[in-house]
Design a protein around this ligand. Structure first.
Ligand code: GRF
Length: 186
């Protein structure tokens, strides 16, 4: 399955997909200094910065996706909301990874370290990560896979973030893509 990854930051989830030898054909970022772009370069994967706002930006992304015959778009730490143009064009073909047990701790403003701050503040016993389809609502699409871990008494937002990233997210994202790959081929 031909995959494009959209990422704004470090790109450790992108790296997990690359390391799993999945077919990443293009990487797109809205941030020129995203380390995800360096990771793409290191693996000789074509990569692009699209920082235009609104429909013009969406159209530019769609053109790249079409150029590479992309079948699955993976949002991996992509901190920009996708608009109607791309959501319609790639309906059912865009997935996102979110570092919480959705539907808890999702939605507007609940991203990155903020998710884990809230989990700790609410003294949750469990947290985790979710891979879901992307639709117009933020973090509301159908769940593909979800995995949890225990929040320990001495976890801070940043230790919890690292634990979830390293122990859950990377394998969860790879497993989700493999699951979709097998379903599409049925
Ligand atoms: C991950 O925690 C992901 O769940 C969230 O953003 C973070 C991205 O990390 N959406 P990385 O850039 O893949 O290292």
């Amino acid at each position: 399955m031909r995959i494009a990854v959209l990422a704004s930051g470090s790109g450790s989830n992108l790296q997990a997909i690359i390391d799993a030898k999945l077919d990443v054909c293009a990487v797109i970022s809205n941030k020129v200094n995203a380390y995800a772009l360096t990771r793409a370069n290191n693996s000789n994967i074509p990569n692009y910065v699209v920082d235009k706002k609104g429909v013009a930006g969406e159209v530019e992304i769609i053109n790249i996706l079409k150029q590479y015959d992309i079948e699955l778009v993976v949002l991996a730490g992509y901190l920009k909301i996708l608009g109607e143009t791309i959501l319609t064009e790639y309906k059912g073909r865009i997935i996102n990874i979110h570092p919480s047990l959705l539907p808890k701790y999702g939605g507007k403003g609940c991203y990155g370290i903020h998710v884990h701050e809230q989990v700790i503040a609410n003294k949750e016993a469990k947290s985790g990560a979710t891979v879901h389809f992307v639709e117009a609502g933020i973090d509301t699409g159908k769940i593909i896979l979800q995995r949890m871990l225990d929040v320990s008494i001495d976890d801070t937002p940043s230790t919890l973030q690292q634990k979830i990233l390293n122990q859950i997210e990377h394998s969860l994202l790879v497993d989700s893509i493999k699951l979709l790959e097998s379903e599409y081929r049925l």
